[in-house]
Design a protein around this ligand. Structure first.
Ligand SMILES: [Zn+2]
Length: 116
C-alpha cells in the first residue's frame, strides 16, 4: 500500500470511530477504566410499574448492541494505533499483507481473506 491509500483508510477509520462514539453516547456512558469499556445507562424508574418494565426491557435489548459497538470501536482504535506505529495492513495470523480492496471494505480487520 502507498501512503495515499493508508491515508484514505485512516480517514475511513476516523469517520467510523466518531460515528460509533456518537451512537454509543446516545445510550451509554464511557467507562474510563478499563479504557474502551462502555456501560449502558440503566433506566431510572420515574414512571409507573408498567413503564418501568418497558424500560428494563429496553435496557436488556440495548446490552448486546452496546457490546457489538464496543468491540467494533475497539478494533477501529487498534487499527488507528497500528497506522501510527506503521504496522497496519498485516495479517495477524500469516503476517502477509492484507489486500487494499479488503481493507477498503473492512478497514479495521486484523486478518487477511484466507485466514478469516
Ligand atoms: Zn492471513
Amino acid at each position: 500500500m502507498n501512503k495515499k491509500q493508508i491515508e484514505e483508510l485512516k480517514k475511513k477509520l476516523e469517520e467510523s470511530r466518531s460515528s460509533l462514539r456518537s451512537t454509543l453516547e446516545k445510550f451509554a456512558e464511557e467507562d474510563t477504566k478499563p479504557e474502551g469499556d462502555w456501560d449502558t445507562r440503566f433506566p431510572d424508574f420515574k414512571g409507573g410499574l408498567e413503564e418501568s418494565a418497558d424500560e428494563v426491557e429496553e435496557y436488556s435489548s440495548l446490552l448486546p448492541v452496546e457490546h457489538a459497538l464496543e468491540i467494533k470501536l475497539k478494533k477501529v482504535n487498534e487499527a488507528l494505533e497500528k497506522i501510527e506505529n506503521e504496522d497496519y495492513g498485516k495479517c495477524e495470523k500469516c503476517k502477509e499483507d492484507i489486500s487494499y480492496e479488503r481493507l477498503l471494505i473492512l478497514p479495521e480487520t486484523k486478518v487477511c481473506k484466507r485466514c478469516n
